[in-house]
Write a protein that binds this ligand. Sequence first.
Ligand code: PEP
Length: 252
Amino acid sequence: MKKTTPFIVGNWKLNPLTQKAAAELAAGVARRHKKTEAPYIAIAPSAVHMSEVSKKIKNSTVMLAAQSISFYDGGAHTGEESVGQVKDLGSEFIIVGHSERRAGGVTDEDVNRKVAKILRTNLVPIVCIGERKRDEQGAFFTFVEEQLRSLAEQLSAASMKKIVIAYEPIWAIGTGKTATAEDVKEMQLFIESVLTKLYNRPTARSVRLLYGGSVKPHNAKELHADGGMNGFLVGGASLKAEDFIAIARATE
Ligand code: PEP
């Protein structure tokens, strides 16, 4: 995937209710995203809908992502999905450390274990980072830096280049409070500078960065043009095919 081509990922979370609705939504995205059209697009349905969604996007350029995976490859782990299982269903990307999962107890250490597992399976982890709130002293930068340091502890430069980092300030997720394009730009430069310190400049510049947090059709163009990231992770607005595709087109 060329980093210069934006990447838009739709995280459907625990939606929609029925398999039929999931199939319709997937078909709607696939129909609107014509074969040769940039940007890259992936959708992350809930695990129970993956198989149906996979059938609907099979003949399109829309790719499949998983919302999470287990630490385990199989065995007595009720209620989990393994990386092998989601790969078998056609998933190429796996979201790791989404704030909603971190709120449920997922730690930086868990994120690292999952990232290692995903890379071993040759899939791409989309690692979510981001502060809970902003403060005037800028302590949120330290928080983001710590998350990056923790991630970098186990990753060689070659591995770091393979992952996608989604900067998702928690205060902006599902709240309608979007970071401004200036905030996003500042964070893009900050993340690159931290990665430069931890690795080197070529590595920092080759990691794909996404922004996520209340991205909608009306703000996508400015966030993309001035925010300096390489795409979006979209929650709520990915549940309407028209809105999701409008966001994707805003990055063209
Ligand atoms: C998300 O869940 O990753 C997200 C960014 O959600 P929303 O777009 O609804 O803020």
